[in-house]
Design a protein around this ligand. Structure first.
Ligand code: HEM
Length: 466
């Protein structure tokens, strides 16, 4: 791939020189988003590094990323064939597999419509506008009780440990029609594996880039394979139960609706996309997997910012007190009336950039970007962190300033500014859970800020009741 002839009129990609076998692995260091941001200052928005034996093109700069992912979207919509991705969802993941464009598009459409219809269904009780709102309100009630309990007993808590169960229950409700207790060992052991997952998928897992590493003993890879197996078994057990109790006239949740889709498809002989039942029902695995860790990590960051900026927390509380009061629980309809909370969420996405890269992309054909030649099947990293901290886009990017998103009289969010924050990706592969995620982060936060005040003890978090 390195030695391909460059078509006339195009330039060769710039980039740092690389060592044999390990390439630029050492240059990447432990925070690749920072080292790659530094490199972008030297080599520009489009440059190439070599991670192990594999060339990787790194994209930075809002306009360049927009050009690649939206205007030339089809050219960059693939996923690379990485060793670790083969273990996710048994190699049948919608988000990580190298499915051909037609199959990926059909699965994505199916996933999107299942997610949308099951989050916007009417709630069981009339006071909720939709199922999503009902799940979030009920789960935050449980969460608050759990936190108050642990405060009474231990006087401190780890926010992620509790938040992750509440968020997992919201997506479990939609996918599987069930919830788990905060002390359920099966769920706890599963959701606590998420950190190891992100570590391998994040970027620069050696076994993905140096093929020989696949055959050497590798502790983090072993853990990764193990956690994917446990995750798959957990979901598989629930899916099997759904098959046995399936009733076409009573579609209970997303799993049922995917099973139903398999049945319908068998009746439709004209269907031109051939997909196995496993690939259809396996979509629920992606939705559940993507749906809890991303949101609970975001909410844990929120708690961290609340304790670090108590004056911001106080203003957020006052906004809720004035706009909603303290007697009724906030709802999704309040979103437009809480511009400071909305800005706080945008700033936490921007400042933390806790998903510094999208999932790696891959070029689907020979193409070019900003005049540089990019061959087919090149692995592409999108550096979201760089865009969120680019001094060309943001004044004082390293400071946490929620007000940067609010208009001058403090009554509205500046939507154009908000759209510059990159955390869900962009274009063809953009996150399909974005609307749900933004609603969920908003409502969980509005409810817990209304009811709780967080503060930091040395080394731990704590809270007290308003
Ligand atoms: C993909 C972020 C929540 C489902 C992605 C990507 C990012 C992302 C960065 C990769 C985009 C790319 O490769 O260019 C987030 C964040 C979330 C969140 C920050 C929460 C705050 C969710 C939720 C769901 C979900 C709640 C579903 C219930 C997916 C799926 C994909 C994806 C299925 C793969 C799309 C594809 O490959 O075509 N998300 N996500 N995400 N997300 Fe999310």
């Amino acid at each position: 791939q390195f030695h391909r002839e460059i078509p006339e009129g195009l330039r060769q990609l710039p980039g740092p020189s690389a060592f044999p076998i390990i390439g630029n692995l050492i240059d990447l260091g432990s925070k690749p988003y920072l080292s790659l941001t530094e490199m972008s200052k030297r080599f520009g928005d489009v440059f190439q590094i070599q991670i192990g034996m594999r060339p990787v093109v790194v994209l930075s700069g809002y306009e360049t990323v927009k050009q690649a992912l939206t205007k030339q979207g089809d050219d960059f919509a693939g996923r690379p064939d990485l060793y670790s991705f083969r273990f996710i969802n048994d190699g049948k993941s919608l988000a990580f597999s190298t499915d051909q464009a037609g199959i990926w598009r059909a699965r994505r459409k199916l996933a999107y419509s299942a997610l949308r219809s099951f989050s916007s269904l009417d709630g069981k009780l009339p006071e909720y506008s939709c199922v999503l709102e009902e799940h979030i309100c009920k789960e935050s009630e449980h969460l608050i009780k759990e936190l108050q309990n642990v405060m009474r007993v231990e006087g401190k808590f780890d926010p992620f440990r509790y938040i992750v169960v509440s968020v997992a229950n919201v997506i479990c409700g939609m996918c599987f029609g069930r919830r788990y207790d905060h002390h359920d060992q099966e769920l706890l052991s599963l959701v606590n594996l998420a950190e190891d997952f992100v570590q391998v998928v994040g970027s620069g897992n050696p076994a993905d880039f140096i093929p020989a590493m696949q055959y050497l003993p590798n502790k983090s890879m072993k853990k990764f394979v193990n956690l994917n197996n446990r995750f798959n078994n957990f979901v598989q057990k629930i899916v099997t139960e759904h098959y046995t109790t399936f009733d076409k006239d009573n579609i209970r949740d997303i799993t049922d609706s995917l099973i139903d889709h398999c049945e319908d498809r068998k009746l439709d002989e004209n269907s031109n996309i051939q997909m196995s039942d496993e690939k259809i029902v396996g979509i629920v695995n992606d939705l559940f997997g993507a749906g809890f860790d991303t949101i609970s990590t975001g909410l844990s960051w929120a708690v961290m910012y609340l304790v670090s900026y108590p004056e911001v927390e106080e203003r957020l509380f006052q906004e809720i007190k004035v706009q909603i009061g303290l007697d009724r629980t906030p709802t999704l309809a309040d979103r437009n009336n809480l511009p400071l909370l909305e800005s706080f969420i945008l700033e936490l996405f921007r400042h933390s950039s806790y998903l510094p890269f999208t999932i790696p992309h891959c070029s689907t054909k020979d193409t070019s970007l900003n005049g540089y030649f990019i061959p087919k099947d090149t692995c592409i990293f999108i550096n979201q962190w760089q865009i969120n901290h680019d001094p060309e886009l943001w004044k004082d990017p390293s400071s946490f300033i929620p007000d940067r998103f609010v208009n001058d009289d403090g009554t509205e969010v500046n939507k154009l500014e908000g759209e510059k924050v990159l955390i869900f990706g962009m274009g063809r592969r953009r996150c399909i859970g974005e609307v749900i995620a933004r609603n969920e982060v908003f409502l969980f936060l509005a409810i817990i800020i209304q009811k709780l005040h967080f503060y930091k003890l040395p080394g731990d978090y704590a809270l007290f009741r308003m």
